[in-house]
Design a protein around this ligand. Structure first.
Ligand SMILES: C[S@@+](CC[C@H](N)C(=O)[O-])C[C@H]1O[C@@H](n2cnc3c(N)ncnc32)[C@H](O)[C@@H]1O
Length: 204
């Protein structure tokens, strides 16, 4: 599997390390289902977890499974969980493709906000959103499930448009039930004057 994330670790503080080592109740194993009766939202790549944590608090009727390989961001999400104790947050530290592939429960929503753009031509294979990815997601989710993608990267937007034009699996719609705050990468995109595009895909 080609890696879709860079190996940046970020400098881990003693607090980060303590939360990474904690046997927190929010932690999931590969493919493990969260214990919840709420519709499940998988958030792929929540980054520093700042806006993600707010989204968890502002959408209490949904259960979030946050997946992030980046250790520093992951440690911050565990810290948030331990301090705020939301009953609608679970976390997996690793690659979302592997987690979803190993899962066997009902996933209602998937969010991918500002995926790593990999703008250089030689890196395009590292983009998370590909035909192969959409096909594997499609096989794992039920009818009525939705996928939301947001990006400020022009090359990624063109790439997604080409993918969507060529596929017949998903219907492109507008509505997505879960609200979101402006994230760190969203802020960066706005600051650079980029146009932000959002795509919502429905499995019929
Ligand atoms: C550009 S950052 C965006 C972070 C956040 N969503 C935001 O809007 O600020 C992309 C994140 O996706 C994560 N990522 C990349 N590939 C991933 C994968 N296969 N599974 C889970 N997370 C992934 C990266 O580690 C990175 O933190």
């Amino acid at each position: 599997m080609i890696k879709t994330f860079s190996s940046r670790a970020g400098r881990l503080s003693p607090t980060n390390i303590a939360f990474l080592e904690k046997e927190s109740a929010c932690l999931l194993k590969l493919g493990q289902a969260p214990e919840t009766d709420k519709p499940v939202v998988i958030d792929i790549g929540f980054g520093d977890s700042q806006s993600f944590s707010e989204d968890v608090l502002k959408n209490p009727d949904y259960c979030f499974v946050g997946i992030e390989p980046y250790k520093k961001g992951f440690a911050r999400a565990v810290e948030f969980y331990e301090k705020a104790e939301p009953d609608n947050l679970f976390l997996f530290n690793g690659d979302a493709r592997e987690y979803i592939e190993a899962s066997d429960y009902e996933i209602s929503f998937i969010r991918i906000h500002f995926p790593d753009p990999w703008p250089k031509k030689k890196h395009t294979k590292r983009r998370l959103i590909s035909n192969e990815f959409l096909t594997s997601i499609y096989k794992k989710i039920n009818s009525g499930a939705k996928l939301e993608i947001i990006t400020d990267s022009k090359p990624y937007q063109m790439h997604i448009k080409d993918l969507l034009d060529a596929q017949k699996l998903f219907e492109v719609i507008e509505a997505f039930e879960i609200s979101y705050e402006v994230s760190t990468f969203h802020h960066k995109g706005i600051k650079k004057g980029h146009s932000i595009e959002r795509y919502v895909l429905l499995k019929n």
